[in-house]
Design a protein around this ligand. Structure first.
Ligand code: RIB
Ligand code: CA
Length: 309
C-alpha cells in the first residue's frame, strides 16, 4: 500500500525540484497539492505548483490555492532569491488542468478524512495553509498521520540571524502547527545546509534529457549565483527535497525528539524556532517534534540524481 501524501508549497526554485522528486517515489501516492504565499505571491506559486507538476507528468493531480498572506504580519516574498516569478525567470508550459477554486485547507481536510490516520503532509513553504486547516477543522489534528516540514533552524537563520524563511514569513501559523500535537518532523537549516549540490551536479542533471532537466539546471543557476554573492559558495541547498526524500528514505537522516516553540513576539529572535534539544533541565512541556540534525549528504545527492534520471 502506497503512502498517501499531500504536498504544500510556495514554489520556488528548490520547491520545484522537490515537487518533481515527489512524483518519482514509488512508495508514495500523491493525493493532492496546494500552493501558499511565500517565495512569491500566491497567484505565482499556485501557477508554479501547477506547471511544475504538469512538467513531471502529473497535471492530473489537483492543486488548490491557499493563503494569499500570512496570519498576522504582511507578506515578505523571497523574490531576491527566487525571482519575481518564483522560478528564477524560467518559463514553463502552462498546465492544461482546470484551475481548482476550493481553498487548500478545505481540500486538505477532505483528504485527511479520506485517508484517516494515514495521510502524510509535506509542507515546504510557510505553514499558513496547514495552520488554517488545523484551526478550521478541529478533527484534522487527530486524523492526519504526521507533518514533515522544511522550516526553522535550531542554530541560526537565513532570513535573520535567528529565523529561517518559511517560519519567519508566518511565525504565528508555524506556532499553531508545532502546538497542534500533530507529530512534526522538522528539516531546518541545521540539516538542509548540509545537503548541497554544485554547478557540476546541476549540469549533470541538465544532461539527463528529461522534461524537467533543463528547468532544474537553469533555475538553480539563479540561486547558485546568489549564494556565491552571499558567501555560501558555489552551491545550492536541497532544502525542500529533504522532507520529500525522507518519505521513502528515512534511513538517510537522523533526528532527535524535541520541543519546539516559535518566537512570535518581537525583537531579534522573532520567528526563531526555539528548541530544548540541547538542554538537560527545563525541557519544553510539549515534545512532539523530531528535529533532523544529520544525514548522509552523499547518499542524498545520489538518490536525488537517480530519481531525476
Ligand atoms: O529557507 C529555505 C526555504 O525558504 C525553502 O523552502 C525555500 O523554498 C524558501 O521557501
Ligand atoms: Ca519552499
Amino acid at each position: 500500500m502506497k503512502q498517501p501524501v499531500w504536498i504544500d508549497s510556495d514554489a520556488g526554485i528548490d520547491d520545484a525540484m522537490a515537487l518533481i522528486l515527489a512524483t518519482k517515489l514509488d512508495t508514495v501516492e500523491l493525493v493532492g497539492a496546494s500552493a501558499v504565499c511565500g517565495n512569491a505571491e500566491l497567484y505565482k506559486t499556485f501557477r508554479n505548483v501547477r506547471n511544475v507538476l504538469a512538467l513531471a507528468g502529473r497535471g492530473d493531480l489537483p492543486v488548490y490555492p491557499g493563503a494569499e498572506k500570512p496570519w498576522i504580519i504582511p507578506l515578505r516574498t523571497a523574490s531576491n532569491a527566487h525571482g519575481g516569478d518564483g522560478l528564477g525567470g524560467y518559463i514553463l508550459p502552462e498546465s492544461e488542468a482546470p484551475e481548482e477554486t476550493r481553498h487548500a485547507w478545505d481540500a486538505l481536510y477532505e483528504a485527511a478524512c479520506r485517508y484517516p490516520h494515514e495521510l502524510r503532509v509535506v509542507a515546504v513553504g510557510p505553514l499558513t495553509n496547514i495552520a488554517n486547516t488545523i484551526i478550521k477543522y478541529p478533527k484534522f489534528s487527530s486524523l492526519v498521520k504526521d507533518i514533515l516540514i522544511m522550516g526553522g533552524a535550531i542554530i541560526a537563520g537565513n532570513s535573520t540571524p535567528a529565523a529561517e524563511f518559511n517560519i519567519y514569513t508566518d511565525p504565528h501559523a508555524a506556532q499553531c502547527v508545532f502546538k497542534s500535537g500533530i507529530p512534526v518532523t522538522m528539516f531546518g537549516l541545521d540539516i538542509t545546509h548540509k545537503m548541497k549540490m554544485t554547478q557540476e551536479d546541476l549540469d549533470e542533471i541538465g544532461s539527463y534529457g528529461k522534461p524537467w532537466s533543463e528547468m532544474i539546471r537553469v533555475s538553480n543557476a539563479t540561486i547558485l549565483r546568489l549564494h556565491v554573492r552571499k558567501g555560501y559558495g558555489e552551491v545550492i541547498f536541497l532544502h525542500d527535497s529533504c522532507p520529500v526524500l525522507y518519505l521513502q528514505y528515512p534511513e538517510l537522516f537522523e533526528g532527535k525528539k524535541a520541543g519546539v516553540n516559535v518566537e512570535t513576539r518581537s525583537g531579534p529572535a522573532f520567528g526563531k524556532t526555539v528548541s530544548d534539544i540541547y538542554v538537560y533541565e527545563g525541557k519544553l512541556p510539549q515534545r512532539n517534534t523530531t528535529v533532523i540534525l544529520n544525514g548522509n549528504a552523499e547518499a542524498v545527492t545520489e538518490r536525488v540524481k537517480e530519481l531525476l534520471k
